[in-house]
Design a binder for this molecule. Structure first.
Ligand code: MTE
Length: 396
């Protein structure tokens, strides 16, 4: 594809917000301070976590930039950004979470491989696209002869692969890529979109300008940035990030006995909640403590409950949950008042008179609950740390 340039070094990186905590400079991986996440329901673009595997591409959105839709399709197609922007804009509010969120805490059990993250490899954005009337990937795929709700295309395609242009060492200098099942891509209700805006602004370079995929309810790794092609393929993507990364193994698997083929690529993320108004270690005066945080589950499963303990897990109280504003009560699964794919923020308070642990655990509408300890879900890649989030408060 023309109109694209993937630098091989880091001399053309975009400017970034100074308050981001940088976990790796090259490639650039950074997250905001945890307190920034609860300052607003929608995370400001400049504070949104940035997760990259190579230098940021230098692209434009002129006629030179085209996305091809090819592979097992009857009528391959190329779209320019002008083609895409001709159509009405669809907006969906989505919480994107990296599978590596909270990896640093998991690595304290036993070392894991991967960039360390605190609790902020997560954020909520308004993404917009305008593909073909409905703005959904499902509508685009119809243009190449694949109907809605199709699990096998007429030419035998079962997966949709998204290929980028960035150069990643894990792909031996090739582009980042990943895939999702065709049935998800062709399901309007799954709201998979080709996004060119974030929070009402043109996507910025860090987040995939000019066009990226957003796969709601699924680990961030499948939301491929700087889209170059959409390939309809028979087997799931054979690239590194689908086959040899972002899979969850049991604690018994190590780098000597690992067999990547035994596990499926991770898609939905599990139920998660985190306290953001306190650090891991805190010193407080005896009295009332108010805690704020976020809770979210994958697959569009709403948050049924957030339990908070102010005494190390002996007793629990239910937190108040809200999305857009504290004034609007959140009802899980009610899409007339709530955002299906987005987090809830929560608030709970209690008197604390002695040194203790404050803990949060969330329950989603399927009754899934966070595991009590990180050790039982330890895995060598350090992904999906969704254990109870604990912060220590020392009363002085
Ligand atoms: N797409 C490309 N092309 N290259 C990448 O490195 N990282 C993935 C995904 N898409 C990545 C990518 C991962 S692991 C995550 S968590 C999200 O992008 C992060 O998106 P963000 O940087 O916009 O927050």
């Amino acid at each position: 594809m023309s109109g694209l340039r993937a630098p091989s070094n880091y001399s053309e990186e975009p400017p970034r917000h100074p308050s981001l905590m940088v976990n790796s400079q090259e490639p650039f991986n950074a997250e905001p301070p945890r307190s920034a996440l609860i300052a607003s329901y929608v995370t400001p673009v400049d504070l949104f976590y940035k997760r990259n595997h190579g230098p940021i591409p230098v692209l434009d959105d002129t006629e030179r930039y085209r996305v091809s839709i090819c592979g097992l399709v009857e009528k391959p197609l190329e779209l320019s950004m002008a083609d895409i922007k001709k159509f009405p804009k669809h907006t969906v509010t989505v919480t994107l979470q990296c599978a590596g969120n909270r990896r640093t805490a998991m690595s304290k059990v036993k070392p894991v491989k991967g960039v360390g993250w605190d609790v902020s490899a997560i954020g909520t954005g308004h993404y917009a696209t305008s593909i073909w009337g409905g703005a959904k990937l499902a509508d685009v795929l119809e243009l190449v002869g694949i109907s809605k709700l199709t699990s096998v295309s007429p030419l035998g395609g079962k997966h949709v692969e998204f290929v980028s242009v960035d150069m990643c060492k894990e792909e031996k200098g090739g582009p980042y890529k990943s895939s999702i099942p065709l049935i998800q891509a062709t399901n309007l209700d799954a709201e998979v979109i080709l996004a060119y805006e974030m929070n009402g602004e043109t996507l910025n370079r860090d987040h995939g300008y000019p066009l990226r995929v957003i796969v709601p309810g699924v680990i961030g790794a499948r939301s491929v940035k700087w889209l170059s092609s959409i390939d309809i393929i028979e087997k799931e993507c054979q690239g590194f990030f689908t086959q040899r990364d972002y899979k969850m193994f049991p604690p018994s698997v190590n780098w000597e006995n690992i067999d990547w083929s035994t596990r499926r690529p991770q898609m939905d993320f599990p139920v998660q909640s985190v306290i953001c108004s306190l650090e891991e270690e805190n010193t407080v005066k005896p009295g009332k403590i108010v805690v704020h945080g976020y809770a979210v589950s994958g697959g569009g499963r709403g948050i049924e409950r957030v339990d908070v303990s102010f005494d190390g897990g002996n007793t629990w109280e239910e937190a108040i949950r809200y999305q857009k504003s504290t004034a609007v009560p959140y009802v899980a699964d009610d899409t007339s008042t709530g955002d299906k794919w987005a987090w809830v923020l929560f608030k709970a308070e209690a008197d604390v008179s002695h040194t203790t642990e404050i803990i949060t655990k969330a329950v989603d509408i399927a009754g899934n609950v966070q595991p009590e300890n990180v050790a039982v879900i330890w895995n060598l890649r350090g992904i999906l740390n969704t254990s109870w989030h604990r912060v220590r408060v020392e009363c002085v």
